[in-house]
Design a protein around this ligand. Structure first.
Ligand code: UDP
Ligand code: MG
Length: 348
């Protein structure tokens, strides 16, 4: 199928660009990040703000963030009450962002801030989503490259056929696009898939992904597998269908085998020593039933979590965030998560 055609209407520079960054144990990278962001803000050619989300770091990241916010009010900080994970921390930041164009990026400078200038150029051409495509990865291990390659191809078949490959969450969104994203209320969030689902005029800019400037990855294999599983299960019913197909295949095998046995009986062949195959078929069928139930359970579990209607995250502190802003104007599902917020003055 061909992609939707969108007529592009060129527009001026955005009035305000928001840069949203989730932060988890990034003490070492923050000083470098701030200096690169300062440079970006001066090169943007329009007003800019940075929304820093502390995702329950166990190091002193939050102190550095608050110190920054106290000397420069373009830096907004929200602190989550614990580690909620990259996707939810990003969502929390997007909720605070007030820009006409909003950029989501990582804290470790693997998403070079300079690329944002190019994204804003595409925004002015009329695009609503500009994602950054990695044409090469520096400093990643062969293992990370291979698993990432596999991940993006697999996700395309599971999540959405338009899901761009070799693209992370580093992207620019226009305000209408972000508002559409904010209307999607699911707990299990796979942001890049959700942005693809929204549609709009989407394009990309290419960049070479550098190595992390400092610190270590916060996505070890276990988290990566969980991330992939989450994406697959929350976006598609294909796993359910696969388990159905696997069950069907087993039934077909059993029927074929039964007919074969009957044929042997009728032709007078020796049949009794068949307990091996009997046990095999038995194991196969009960195994398949359990796999099927397990997958079903995943979905039922998700329904259970969704019906609880818990807030997506809890905020424990903010700095430079205007309460009268977006939070107040949209008393929707997320806003009650802010009841737990303790507003702390940033001075001093
Ligand atoms: N991150 C987060 N919460 C987490 C894990 C990661 O906010 O639970 C942030 C992290 O600080 C970084 C971004 O998400 O800004 C991407 O993480 P990382 O660079 O470790 O992932 P990788 O690039 O290795 O896939
Ligand atoms: Mg990284």
């Amino acid at each position: 199928m061909r992609a939707t055609y969108h007529p592009l209407v060129p527009r001026g520079s955005p009035g305000l660009v928001s840069v949203v960054i989730p932060i988890f144990d990034e003490e070492e990278t923050l000083p470098l990040l701030f200096s690169r962001l300062d440079r970006l803000l001066s090169e943007l050619g329009c007003k800019g703000e940075v929304v820093l989300v502390n995702d329950g770091s166990s190091d002193r990241s939050i102190d550095l963030l608050l110190a920054r916010a106290s000397v420069d009010d373009r830096y907004k900080v929200i602190g989550l009450a614990r580690n909620f994970g990259h996707q939810i921390a990003s969502t929390a930041g997007l909720e605070i962002a007030r820009g006409d164009a909003i950029v989501l990026m990582d804290a470790d400078l693997q998403d070079p801030p300079e690329v944002v200038v190019e994204m804003v150029r595409k925004y002015r051409e009329g695009y609503d989503v500009v994602y950054a495509r990695r044409i090469a990865r520096e400093g990643d291990t062969v293992f990370k490259r291979v698993t990432a390659w596999l991940f993006y191809r697999l996700m395309r078949s599971l999540v959405h056929r338009d899901l761009p490959v070799d693209v992370g969450d580093f992207r620019l969104m226009s305000r209408p696009c972000l508002d559409a994203l904010r209307s999607m209320k699911e707990l299990h969030r796979f942001l890049r898939g959700m942005v693809t689902w929204i549609g709009f005029a989407q394009t990309h800019v290419d960049f070479v992904r550098p190595a992390r400037v400092a610190g270590v990855t916060k996505y070890p294999l276990r988290k990566m597998l969980l991330f992939a599983w989450n994406a697959a299960i929350s976006f598609s019913v294909l796993p359910l269908r696969l388990s159905f197909l696997a069950g069907l295949a087993l039934v077909a095998t059993a029927v074929t085998y039964a007919m074969y046995s009957l044929w042997r009986i009728f032709t007078g062949a020796f049949v009794v020593p068949g307990w091996m195959s009997l046990i095999m078929v038995n194991c196969l069928t009960s195994g398949a039933a359990m796999v099927g139930m397990g997958i079903l359970g995943e979905y039922v579990g998700r329904i259970f979590e969704e019906v609880k209607k818990r807030p997506l995250y809890i905020t424990s502190l903010t700095a430079n965030v205007e309460t009268a802003g977006r939070l107040g104007e949209d008393p929707s599902w997320l806003s009650h998560s802010f009841d737990a917020r303790v507003e702390r003055p940033t001075s001093g």
